[in-house]
Design a protein around this ligand. Structure first.
Ligand SMILES: Cc1cc2nc3c(=O)[nH]c(=O)nc-3n(C[C@H](O)[C@H](O)[C@H](O)COP(=O)(O)O)c2cc1C
Length: 329
């Protein structure tokens, strides 16, 4: 098989990366011995994501998925991030180098297919400390920090930031239109969030009230086990943060998020990226200064827990074909 075919198959695996509203805001160019990743600004959610943070994070997640898929094929790649100062949309070039792929990256490959965004109630079973340490190690390997929000006081303030973000965005011109646009795609559409991946209201269960409110979907909540009420969701809330807050930091935050999501999936954990509180300056600052008290910049919240015992398997969300996302020139 030719190396170009290999690279096309590797890029195809990268398309399974998570992205804000499943916009898949990326374009790829495959050249002999190299792959380029470009932002697709036409897929930018202008009202939801004014800083383009979610867009660059989504591309960073795809970049990390690409590295994992390359390593799984036994290919070594050198990543140059933001290689062209004249073109801010050219996010990375990955050049194939002699040698075998990184074993730690390759170990994450089995997480790509089963990973899903879980918006239902999670289990009441706590995530063990050793698993949290593994997740933190993955984030730091990828150049970010992962900070658990553990104490009741911190969680309370985080919930306040998320509630405030939801309230502000409800009045932001264009925000509701973007939600509708990306959750009500035409039949057979290959992007956006299908109704089958969103639970119907009420979403006001403890824990899930922190989630973004999408138009009501068809995903059924798992039934409660005897002796456990709706407040028993023991999902952890963890924040990905970076030393700075420029394009490179956001790209790396996306890579680190992908690493954490893939290792969590490998451990059997369910995951939900939550970006609402990071989409507004006010609530992002609340998170940094009043919740976490850190000099680093928060980039994304990850909700991670065991799937509820009776939860049915989540449907796979669609992705655009490889040919729709390839730059040909
Ligand atoms: C940067 C980023 C932000 C996201 N924000 C949210 C969010 O606020 N709420 C949510 O339910 N899902 C969020 N997601 C998850 C996406 O909606 C999800 O990845 C996409 O619909 C594809 O589905 P999948 O993850 O099941 O493959 C986010 C994903 C990324 C990468």
């Amino acid at each position: 098989m030719s190396q170009l075919t290999d690279l096309a198959e590797v890029v195809e695996r990268a398309l399974r990366a998570p992205s804000v509203h499943n916009t898949q805001p990326w374009l790829w160019r495959i050249r002999p011995g190299a792959v380029e990743l470009h932002a697709d600004w036409t897929r930018h959610l202008v009202a939801t994501d004014p800083d383009r943070r979610d867009l660059v994070l989504s591309c960073g997640a795809a970049l990390h998925h690409l590295q994992v898929a390359l390593a799984d094929r036994g290919l070594a790649g050198h990543v140059e991030r933001l290689p062209d100062p004249e073109d801010c949309g050219h996010l990375a070039t990955i050049t194939i180098r002699p040698g075998t792929g990184d074993a730690a990256d390759a170990a994450l490959f089995p997480g790509i297919d089963p990973r899903r965004t879980e918006r239902r109630r999670m289990s009441h079973r706590p995530v063990p400390a050793r698993h949290l340490s593994t997740l933190e190690e993955q984030a730091s390997r990828a150049g970010a920090v992962l900070l658990p929000v553990t104490s009741p006081a911190m969680r309370h303030r985080l919930a306040a930031a998320l509630t405030e973000a939801a309230r502000t965005q409800a009045h932001t011109p264009g925000y509701g239109a973007e939600l509708q646009l990306w959750t009500r795609r035409h039949a057979g559409g290959r992007d956006g969030i299908p109704a089958s991946n969103v639970p119907p209201p009420p979403v006001g269960l403890v824990g899930s009230s922190l989630l973004r409110h999408f138009p009501p979907g068809q995903l059924r909540q798992p039934r409660h086990l005897p002796g456990h009420g709706p407040a028993d969701d023991a999902a952890e809330l963890l924040v990905i943060a970076t030393p700075g807050d420029d394009e490179l930091d956001r790209l790396r935050a996306g890579e680190a998020s992908s690493a954490v999501l893939l290792v969590a999936t490998r451990l059997g954990l369910a995951t939900t990226p939550l970006s609402q509180a990071l989409e507004l300056n006010t609530t992002r600052q609340m998170l940094q200064q009043e919740v976490l008290h850190i000099p680093e910049h928060p980039q994304l919240i990850l909700r991670i827990g065991w799937p509820a015992t009776a939860a049915a398997e989540l449907p796979l969300t669609p992705r655009r074909d490889l040919r729709s996302v390839l730059l040909q020139d």
